[in-house]
Design a protein around this ligand. Sequence first.
Ligand SMILES: [Zn+2]
Ligand SMILES: [Zn+2]
Length: 253
Amino acid sequence: MKNVFGPGLILMIVIIATAISCNKDSAVEDTSTVGTTDITSVVQSNYIGTSTVAVSGSGITIKSTGLPNHKTPYWGVGNALYEDFPSGYHANVNTSISAHTYSMTIPGKPVIASSHEETTLGPIGMALNGVPIYNDREGGNVPLDALTITTFDYSGAHPGPGQDYHYHTTGRYTTQDDAKLVGFLRDGFPIYGRKDTTGVYPTLDAYGGHTGPTQDFPNGIYHYHASNVNYLNTGYYILKAGSYYGTKGTFTF
Ligand SMILES: [Zn+2]
Ligand SMILES: [Zn+2]
């Protein structure tokens, strides 16, 4: 019988393995200052609610009041957009929400950062309705705990001490086990629900994203996904934790 594992085959495997590892290295070391995919038209056509989008040079500025365009208990009883908390959740929270002056400026062509900066407390991105996106932390930079999560509404959101309403997780009015575009993070890369448009849960890198086609970018772009981990078994899924993939822009408030 012929030996199918001859030297030719082994050499081929070595060549393929080398090519794969070189590809990986070149992706990590790409530190150009301008990315290849322009997000401008997708940003312009998807922001809604109180959000306004302005393009200036190589940057895009999105302004909003941060007030949600959907129901939440934080509007207060009597408001047309009032709905109760999820069953068993905090029913006597006094905090309400108020309008803010948010301005997020992101690159029109987002680019991979040479060193990946950790996300911090406060806004790390903006959902399509102008509500800020926060990471998996609370004051004191500690991970969200079960008690804090009982202050969440159906959107995985609550206000901070400044009546500043924000999303930490997936929820009823943003994304739930689907491939919806949620918004953009401060580095200009889009963030989607837990699934890809193909219906599968993608394998994510250390930044919670990967490169591939999306509904809005059929030719492919780096994009984040909501975590596919049921956080503390609460039924909520963290939108984004850890470091940015790209070089971040500004968010003033
Ligand atoms: Zn919070
Ligand atoms: Zn994806």
